[in-house]
Write a protein that binds this ligand. Structure first.
Ligand SMILES: [Zn+2]
Length: 173
């Protein structure tokens, strides 16, 4: 359980540092891509596919022939899901480039640890802690309505809001 907590804290810290660095109140996946390219000195290419053969939500790999990081997004999934996937795939790039560029992403050398890191990074970037808490507390309705409104505000799924609220120890229901 110790490493599980470590992965989460690490993903949270890195997502926050990037969000703060971008200096925009509303988290934008486009700004995240730009930040990643500029700060890691790399190029990222995003492509969408609705091919039946393409099963995962997303995929990321380095293409040495073109010297770019290629991300594929499954466009059969809802838009809010595609956004989350994009941030998840960017997290793979940041984690793997980060090892090379010397910032620590913690003890996450297992495939499980890496996936956990990317999920938490995407949640923490798209739903920044302070902004999330402020919005949550500014809505006086019950938790179900809070979650519905926040899903709309942040452009994520109701499930993503549910888990983020739990992570941040908000809500009673
Ligand atoms: Zn992944």
């Amino acid at each position: 359980m110790k490493s599980y907590e470590g992965i989460n804290l690490n993903a949270e810290d890195i997502a926050k540092a990037i969000y703060d660095g971008i200096k925009e109140e509303m988290p934008s996946e486009f700004s995240l891509i730009k930040w990643t390219e500029e700060n890691l000195g790399i190029r990222v290419k995003i492509s969408h596919t609705d091919s039946k053969e393409f099963k995962p939500s997303g995929l990321e790999y380095f293409d040495p022939a073109r010297n770019i990081f290629q991300i594929w997004i499954n466009s059969k999934e809802p838009e809010y899901r595609q956004r989350f996937t994009l941030c998840h795939e960017i997290a793979h790039i940041i984690r793997n480039s980060g090892l090379k560029y010397g910032f620590s992403t913690g003890d996450i050398y297992s495939a499980w640890g890496e996936e956990r890191f990317c999920e938490r990074f995407a949640a923490a970037f798209l739903m920044p802690k302070i902004l999330f808490r402020d919005k949550w507390n500014s809505i006086t309705d019950g938790d179900i309505w809070k979650r519905a409104r926040l899903a709309k505000f942040f452009g994520v799924s109701g499930d993503a809001i549910y888990y983020r609220a739990k992570e941040l120890k908000l809500g009673n229901e």
